[in-house]
Design a protein around this ligand. Structure first.
Ligand code: SF4
Ligand code: SF4
Ligand code: SF4
Ligand code: FES
Length: 948
């Protein structure tokens, strides 16, 4: 029978150069100093009974079940809180200990419902197991004394219940919430017999709880229990896979009953998450089998025609014939493809190969265009590699943490928990953000500096920070001399020292007090290890690439690169955005970031792929839209990406999509883009596929199929079929063969195989002969490009400024419970926390406009207008408004403009000049959207409409 249990050593692992040898039940064991006797016993193969201890948490010593005898010591110390000592002799199984343990268990069981057979935890309950282990046969106190058996169950959380009748008050949940998650939502109320676990004033839903599941995971009884287990029973098998939401890339055990997932359990051995999770990966997986999933391919001639369900063969043949027709009529460059950062590396690789080899052009781009393309450009230019420099664990050695334009507690929650732990240990924190994000002030964490800049002034702030560091002599001249190009450095140094880059000169532009910039600069430069983490608040600007370069300059000049605890760390948005870039999704780069114009690189791929490749970079996404509107680009294959919702200036995007003669969309749902499509190819969710994802720390992890593709074909098989139908044959029997090809053709992946990933758990690229097991920290001896390159970062104000007509600046971001365009999370109970996007506005701006909390407000820019409900809050500064973009009806991107990064065309989502006013009805765009959406649903086959 499947066992859900994993070995729990009782207390966390300790690392020490000093080793201690002791004897446990006559067995000699050697462990690092600082290890508990309980953990040492586990390593000696001895299981000591326990209830309040678990190896995810520090020992607490409350249950008294783990008592042991130690020769030469009085009494019976708890093995979980007693540390090993040299030559210690420990006995874990004596008659006296057995009596004591039985006595402890008797007390617990006398206040516990005796309903094991019908309890959802039956077979997976530590209390039940311990009763068996200690040989409990009788409860001398009877069951009639004072007890908690009538306490009320809390079912308010959509994903788990809290049944206090089962609680043994071991406080594992409280400690998990504090130590692992860092939210401090739970407390032990009262004392002694009256002790109860409390979540906020009323229930879990009303508390500070963020539904990460850490307490549920820690609970040794069924007190905290997943509703999916209560409904379906305990699993019968499991498979290790990787979360398909954000760029943290958490590893999970998908626990199954047949082909049905009943629980996702964070994997303790996961390199990125070490057994932790957030609400999305842990609980919000129900979308995978949501009735909205389209399971049959569909085609239509015009987007005003009803969809016709067809066989896979027909759909593929139709798509290929349309692409061929378009190319014959308008030229080879009239078609292209979009890869997805939600799909696997193998799927992404195949789509770009299809475009380059079967379409015969380089018109391939990816959603990273609209998020982290400046990271690629900026880091490649300065350091030589388009990726973050560290692993997540590196933060545990950081002494000063700088978070710029990122909101980790919402966007990258599991990494945020790791970062918060380090901050609670005393690391300093600098937040650079126009908004007061949670990290600025939360339980036991407070930023030392919050540089609350005006949107669009990032480069001015980074220059001012560098100015202070260099002019005050806080920089590491030795590091720079040894590791960086001297000439470029001197040029940059002269530039950065100019008075116009000083915090005082920049203050009127950035809105940040000069003294704060000076203080933050000194803090970062003076730290033993300073680490920078940044997000889309850095990249999604007209100077996104400049800012990434500015960050790299700052890290180089302070010597904060090439070891643990430091670095430049882009927090990637989607699960595989790093991978989609690595796999050659950009129109100018083949896999491994090698330019298509390089004849040697092309020759390598041409020999392998047996096809001639185009030497000209292809079209970027915005160029594809423009070309569609001018009639030269008419066919598009979009895998797993929702351009119509996620790209800026929606009306421009939808006009371009309407201009296409053949739009092929491969997705799990009829997303906004699919409403403009002529061919719909049903995609498969992460639970239905084999492959790999690469997270923000370059960690390649396996995605494993736990159920067959609902529509019958895996995504990679669909691309292969389309390529074959286009006349360019592809032959693979399994995604592992695609990875073998990637490894063969990409130097940083030379050593990667599925077999090695399976063996090691995960691998951080570069993985090759030089680093056969991967590279957690990059640029250790030298930068990938050899010498690091300083580049001048002149601050150029964005053209998007507040004016009399548009006096406020709109900036956008994410929320914990929703993910990206919401296609997945909107189809889960996460809607409970965020069922609409709202506009945050400062009380001063609201008052000026007569806006009350909850009012409908029109948000108008030069691109368009939408209507949202207002939230009045001081989280956002006066002059700035903020919204999320998870719901299509919100139309956040109707308002955003076509401004973009000078180097990469990454849209300037983070700065849009707007006017906000009270309104009584939806915008014209929203009315049209609703009408179009309704019409498109009516064009679905009858059974799909019925499901809706
Ligand atoms: S809810 Fe579970 S983990 Fe928390 S105190 Fe009760 S039994 Fe222990
Ligand atoms: S689910 Fe997470 S945040 Fe909520 S109480 Fe449990 S540990 Fe704390
Ligand atoms: S932090 Fe990201 S990868 Fe981890 S469970 Fe949450 S959404 Fe998934
Ligand atoms: S497990 Fe040691 S006191 Fe509870």
């Amino acid at each position: 029978m499947y066992s859900v249990k994993v070995l729990d050593a009782g207390t966390p692992v300790r690392v020490s150069e000093r080793l201690v040898t002791l004897e446990i039940d006559g067995v000699a064991v050697t462990v690092p100093a600082g290890t508990s006797v309980m953990r040492a016993a586990t390593e000696a193969g001895v299981r000591v009974p326990k209830l309040c201890a678990t190896d995810m948490l520090e020992a607490f010593g409350s249950c008294r079940l783990c008592l042991v005898e130690i020769e030469g010591r009085k009494g019976y110390p708890a093995s979980c809180t007693t540390l090993v000592e040299p030559a210690m002799k420990v006995w874990t199984q004596t008659r006296k200990l057995a009596d004591l343990r039985r006595g402890v268990m008797e007390l617990y069981i006398s206040d516990h419902p005796l309903d094991c057979l019908t309890c959802p935890a039956n077979g997976n309950c530590e209390l039940q197991e311990m009763a068996g282990v200690v040989g409990l046969r009788d409860v001398r106190y009877g069951y009639d004394g004072a007890n908690h058996l009538h306490a009320e169950k809390d079912t308010s959380n959509p994903y788990f219940t809290f049944d206090p009748t089962k609680c043994i008050v071991c406080s594992r949940c409280v400690r998990a919430c504090e130590e692992v998650q860092g939210t401090f939502a739970l407390t032990v109320d009262s004392r002694g017999f009256a002790s109860v676990i409390a979540a906020g004033p009323t229930d879990f839903l009303a508390s500070e709880c963020v539904s990460c599941g850490a307490c549920v995971q820690a609970c040794p009884t069924s007190t905290l229990m997943e509703k999916s287990i209560i409904d379906n029973g305990q699993p019968d098998h499991s498979e290790i896979t990787t979360c398909a939401y954000c760029g943290v890339g958490c590893s999970f055990k998908a626990e199954m009953k047949g082909t049905q997932v009943v629980r996702m359990v964070p994997n303790k051995d996961g390199g990125a998450n070490h057994g932790h999770s957030c609400v999305k990966g842990r609980f919000a997986w129900g979308y995978a089998t949501h009735p909205d999933r389209i399971r049959t391919p569909m085609i239509r001639k015009r987007i005003t025609d009803p969809w016709q369900e067809v066989s896979w063969d027909e759909a593929i043949a139709y798509a290929a014939s349309e692409f061929k027709r378009i190319q014959a009529k308008y030229g080879r460059g009239a078609v292209g493809g979009i890869t997805s950062s939600r799909c696997t590396n193998e799927e992404t690789y195949l789509v770009q190969k299809l475009v380059r080899a079967a379409f015969g052009n380089n018109n391939v781009d990816t959603c990273a265009r609209v998020c982290h393309s400046p990271t690629g450009y900026g880091l490649k230019t300065t350091l030589g590699e388009s990726a973050g420099t560290q692993d997540f664990d590196s933060v545990e050695e950081a002494d000063a943490v700088v978070v710029i334009g990122a909101n980790p507690t919402d966007g990258h929650p599991v990494f945020a928990s790791q970062m918060k732990r380090r901050l609670r240990e005393g690391a300093k924190l600098i937040v650079v953000d126009p908004r007061t994000i949670d990290l600025v002030r939360m339980p036991h964490v407070e930023a030392d500096y919050h540089l609350k800049l005006l949107p669009g002034t990032n480069v001015a702030v980074i220059n001012a920070l560098a100015h202070v560091i260099v002019t005050e002599g806080l920089h590491k001249e030795d590091f720079v001399r040894a590791r960086c190009e001297p000439k470029e450095y001197e040029k940059w140094k002269a530039f950065i020292c100019e008075a116009r880059n000083s915090p005082e000169a920049m203050e009127p532009i950035t809105g940040v007090p000069a003294a704060d910039v000076r203080g933050a600069a000194r803090l970062y430069a003076g730290a033993r290890n300073g680490a920078i983490y940044y997000g889309l608040g850095v990249t999604e600007h007209s100077q996104g690439s400049t800012m990434v370069i500015g960050i790299a300059n700052l890290a180089m000049v302070t010597g904060n690169l090439g070891r643990k605890g430091v670095g430049v760390n882009p927090l990637r948005g989607q699960n595989n955005v790093q991978g989609s870039c690595d796999m050659g999704s950009f129109p100018h780069e083949l896999p491994g970031y090698r330019h298509v114009s390089d004849p040697a690189v092309r020759a390598l791929f041409e020999n392998d792929w047996k096809v001639k490749l185009d030497a000209e970079p292809g079209l970027r996404i915005p160029n594809m839209f423009d070309a569609s509107l001018d009639g030269s680009f008419l066919g598009m294959y979009v895998q797993g990406e929702d351009l119509a919702q996620s790209d800026p200036d929606t009306q421009h995007v939808t006009a371009a999509l309407r201009g296409l003669e053949c739009l092929v969309v491969q997705d799990i749902f009829l997303n906004e883009t699919a409403k403009f499509a002529h061919v719909f190819l049903p995609g498969s969710s992460f639970l239905e596929k084999d492959g790999t994802f690469t997270n923000a720390e370059r960690r390649i992890s396996r995605v494993r199929k736990v159920m067959p593709p609902l529509a019958g074909m895996a995504d990679w098989e669909v691309t292969v079929a389309l390529s074959n139908a286009m006349g360019y044959p592809m032959h693979y029997d399994h995604p592992s063969q695609i990875m073998d090809e990637i490894a063969r053709l990409t130097p940083t992946f030379h050593g990667v195989t599925f077999e090695k990933i399976d063996r090691l758990g995960s691998i951080q690229w570069p993985c090759n002969d030089k680093a056969p097991e991967g590279t957690p920290v990059m640029h250790v001896e030298e930068f990938v490009r050899g010498k690091g390159r300083f580049v001048m970062t002149e601050y150029v104000p964005t053209e998007e400024r507040s004016t009399r007509e548009f006096p406020l600046l709109l900036t956008t971001g994410r929320i914990l419970s929703q993910y990206n365009v919401g296609a997945q999370t909107r189809r889960t109970a996460n809607l409970l926390w965020h069922d609409e996007d709202r506009l945050e506005i400062h009380p001063h701006d609201a008052e000026q406009r007569g806006i009350n909390d909850g009012d409908w407000v029109g948000v108008r820019s030069r691109a368009g207008e939408t209507v949202l409900r207002a939230v009045i809050t001081e989280r956002i500064q006066a002059g700035v408004v903020y919204t999320t973009f998870h719901h299509p009806f919100s139309g956040a991107n109707v308002v955003t403009t076509d401004n973009s990064d000078w180097a990469t065309n990454c849209p300037e989502y983070k700065v849009t000049a707007v006017q906000v006013s009270r309104v009584a009805q939806p915008s014209e765009w929203q009315r049209q959207f609703t009408e179009f959406d309704k019409r498109q649903r009516e064009l679905l086959p009858a059974h799909e409409q019925a499901k809706a």
